[in-house]
Design a protein around this ligand. Structure first.
Ligand code: NAD
Length: 329
């Protein structure tokens, strides 16, 4: 069955990426929307041919339970709303995709996982790179030790934030943090999927050059992760630098991606030579895969637990920034 997806929150990512991607999917389609802005309801209804009965707002959201057109609810809201809407969607009987970062902290992630399990609904996190071919190649090279074991790994993600000084993204209560939550999560993921291991401890430091803008959240964060294999793994995130790479040295060579985390096309090298792998439509592949999982009643390769693993690292990085010491994860 071709499954109906409802997007919750029609901001930049929904309108720029997910709705267009849902025009390319084969196992699912854009069936409904949830928005607090009546003018967006009118605009989207026309543009994507969405019937009035599949349009909700934040007041009548729970009525979605009665709508058989909607199988999957995709939460594309500011981070502080992820937990509430994931749980409400699952309780309304819908399977859920929730955007990254999964929630404000690991404790919230655990509540979300438990609620979806209790409602017997599948939960997935919007980790589109697991469906992206360069990333899949890096997973293969690193995890299968194709060039020998990875001995050194450096991952970095960031952009220069010049947006609205009042945006939810730079308010701790609404975003959970700054560059680390928004961009660093990819660099943490990158280390985890390259090595195929879970980090056990972290030590972090930070730098702030625009304290007036980032008064509430982290700007640039540097960290070192301790993995059971003893590899040297460093990472960094920023709202003040344009970074986006993953660089691995192995016993017998090297591999790298740059850009490593975006959706405008990835590129990479193996032992200094171009990977020559074509790019795909990441979000379409991601949503099609989740629809297949729902049809087969099978856990996604990026379930809530995957979001939780990253948030445990993020929480430990914030603890380390406070304590100045190594923190266990
Ligand atoms: P955005 O600010 O552009 O959109 C957020 C939407 O939520 C807006 O339409 C806003 O009106 C709505 N909203 C509803 N209630 C709100 C409230 N109380 N306060 C503020 N906004 C409210 O943000 P975005 O860039 O679309 O990000 C949304 C989510 O998607 C975030 O979790 C973000 O990290 C994630 N995201 C993921 C990717 C990716 O590549 N996977 C890319 C961009 C964003």
């Amino acid at each position: 069955k071709r499954l109906g997806i409802a997007l919750v929150g029609l901001g930049g990512y929904s309108s720029g990426q997910l709705a267009p991607a849902l025009q390319k999917t084969s196992n699912c389609y854009l069936a409904g929307i949830v928005t607090g802005t009546p003018s967006k309801a009118v605009e989207w209804s026309k543009k994507y041919n969405i019937p009035q009965k599949n349009i909700y707002n934040y007041q009548n959201f729970d009525d979605i339970a009665k709508n058989p057109d909607i199988d999957i609810v995709y939460i594309v809201l500011p981070v502080f709303m992820h937990k509430e809407y994931t749980i409400r969607a699952a309780q309304a009987g819908k399977h859920v995709i929730c955007e990254k970062p999964m929630a404000l902290n690991a404790a919230e992630c655990r509540e979300m996982i438990a609620a979806c399990k209790k409602a017997n609904r599948l939960l997935s996190i919007g980790y589109r790179l697991h469906f992206e071919p360069h990333t899949q190649e890096v997973m293969r090279l690193g995890q299968k030790q194709i060039l020998g074991k990875v001995t050194q790994l450096e991952t970095a993600n960031g952009f220069t934030y010049n947006g609205d000084p009042n945006a939810w993204r730079i308010k701790k209560a609404l975003a959970g943090g700054g560059g680390l939550m928004d961009m660093g999560i990819y660099a943490i993921q990158g280390a985890r999927y390259t090595l195929g291991q879970e980090p056990i401890a972290v030590k972090a430091t930070q730098e702030k050059t625009r304290p007036e803008l980032f008064k509430d959240v982290d700007e640039t964060v540097f960290w070192e992760l301790k993995f059971p294999g003893g590899q040297k793994v460093t990472g960094k995130s920023s709202y003040n630098h344009d970074w986006g790479y993953l660089r691995a040295k192995t016993e017998k060579g090297s591999f790298e991606l740059e850009p490593a985390y975006g959706y405008g096309g990835l590129d990479g090298k193996i032992n200094g030579k171009p990977m020559q792998i074509p790019n795909n439509a990441q979000q379409a592949a991601q949503m099609d895969d989740f629809a297949t999982c729902v049809n087969l009643k099978k856990q996604s390769r990026v379930p809530g637990e995957e979001g939780l693993k990253d948030m445990k690292v993020v929480d430990a990085i914030y603890r380390s920034l406070n304590s100045g010491r190594w923190e266990s994860i």
